[in-house]
Design a protein around this ligand. Structure first.
Ligand code: IDP
Ligand code: MG
Length: 155
C-alpha cells in the first residue's frame, strides 16, 4: 500500500474546514496512519518547499504557511499519491474543477487549503520531514477488504 503526505494549510484550519476535509479522505477509502497539529516554522517551510525556495513567490508562501497552525497527515491506500492529487485539483482554485477540494472551497492560487505530495519520492521525503517513524501507525481493520480487491492493492 502506498502512503502520501497531506497538509491542511493554515487557511483550512482558520476556516474550520479540517473535519470536512478529513471526511473526504476517509470517504474515499484512504486510511489515516499519522495525524498531528503543528505550527510550521521558517526552517520547516524551507525543507518542505525546497523546490520553491528560490522562486519569486516563496516569501509570500513562507509567510502564509507559517501564519497559523496546520494539520499534517499521512494517508495510506492503493495509489494514494495520485488519488489525493486528483482530489486536490489544480493548484489555482480558480482553475480547479468543481468536485475537487480546491475547486469546491476556494478561488486562490496561494490559499488552496491542502497540500498533497506530487509523487512517491516526494511523499517519502515529506513524510520523513514531518513525522518520526514512531508517530506513524500500521493497523488493519475489517473495512480494508472493502477498499479494493486483492489484485488491485499494488500501488
Ligand atoms: P501544488 O501545491 O499544487 O503542488 P506548487 O506549484 O508545488 O503547487 O506550489 C506549492 C504551493 O505554493 C501552492 O500549493 C500554493 O500554495 C503556493 N503557490 C504556488 N504558486 C504560487 C504563486 O505563483 N504565488 C503564490 N503562491 C503560490
Ligand atoms: Mg507541488
Amino acid at each position: 500500500m502506498q502512503r502520501t503526505f497531506i497538509l491542511f494549510k493554515p487557511d483550512a484550519v482558520e476556516r474550520r474546514l479540517c473535519g470536512r476535509l478529513l471526511a473526504r479522505l476517509e470517504d474515499r477509502g484512504l486510511k489515516i496512519v499519522g495525524m498531528k497539529m503543528l505550527q510550521v516554522t521558517s526552517e520547516l517551510a524551507a525543507k518542505h518547499y525546497e523546490e520553491h525556495v528560490t522562486k519569486p513567490f516563496y516569501p509570500l508562501l513562507e509567510e502564509f504557511i507559517t501564519s497559523g497552525p496546520v494539520v499534517a497527515l499521512v494517508a495510506e491506500g492503493p495509489g494514494a499519491v495520485q488519488v489525493v492529487r486528483g482530489m486536490l485539483g489544480a493548484t489555482n482554485g480558480r482553475e480547479s474543477a468543481p468536485g475537487t477540494i480546491r475547486g469546491d472551497f476556494g478561488v486562490s492560487r496561494q490559499m488552496n487549503l491542502v497540500h498533497g505530495s506530487d509523487g512517491p519520492e516526494a511523499a517519502e521525503r515529506e513524510i520523513a520531514i514531518y513525522f518520526t517513524p514512531e508517530e506513524l501507525v500500521s493497523y488493519s481493520t475489517g473495512l480494508d477488504k472493502w477498499v479494493c480487491a486483492d489484485d488491485e492493492k499494488d500501488a
